[in-house]
Design a protein around this ligand. Sequence first.
Ligand code: 3AM
Length: 197
Amino acid sequence: MPAESRQQVTAKRATARVFFALWPSAESAGELGQIAREAAARFGGRATRPESIHLTLAFLGNVPEARLPALLAVAAAVSAEAFTLSINRLDFWAHNHLLWAGCSAPPAQLAELVSTLCEALRVAGFKTGRAGGEFSPHVSLVRRVPAGAVSSADCPLPVGTLRWPCSRFVLVRSQLSATGSNYRIIGEFPLAGESRG
Ligand code: 3AM
């Protein structure tokens, strides 16, 4: 049998850095992007660009490209209900200098979607997230906020409550670059019913 070409070997080893997420409408992304820019101007750090704003459901990291069709099939078989997120608070994690937006009361359907998705991924042999890590729903708005810049965490969102209807989740490919991560949606999966909440 002829030896594998260098190209074939490289193709087998190629990986994609991927994660599942909720992706906002352009309108919600625009509003959150504006809050991110204002917070970065006030506290320092790097605001997430509107086109990159998302809520991570499950992070897989590097997956062989050859396994992407299986990954898409697992997600397509997930059955979960649509819901609406009420984003109404800002918070700050000192350990990773991250300012983020979230919900005071995340809907039960969000946790159900994450547990159903993660269980389906586990059964199919995909590893997700940090071992033993709890799911903490958050929308990253400003990264690398300087230490000590934010004195009070957990405050209301400046624009009041932002409604984010979620009728699909997506698989995203992340390309790391010197200027940050670039995200590309490579799969979309509908959630059942009307987005309520
Ligand atoms: O912007 P957020 O935090 O929602 O934090 C990373 C980002 O989500 C997260 O995956 C998203 C795309 O990069 N992430 C990166 N490395 C991770 C890891 N090892 C991770 N999440 C869990 N475990």
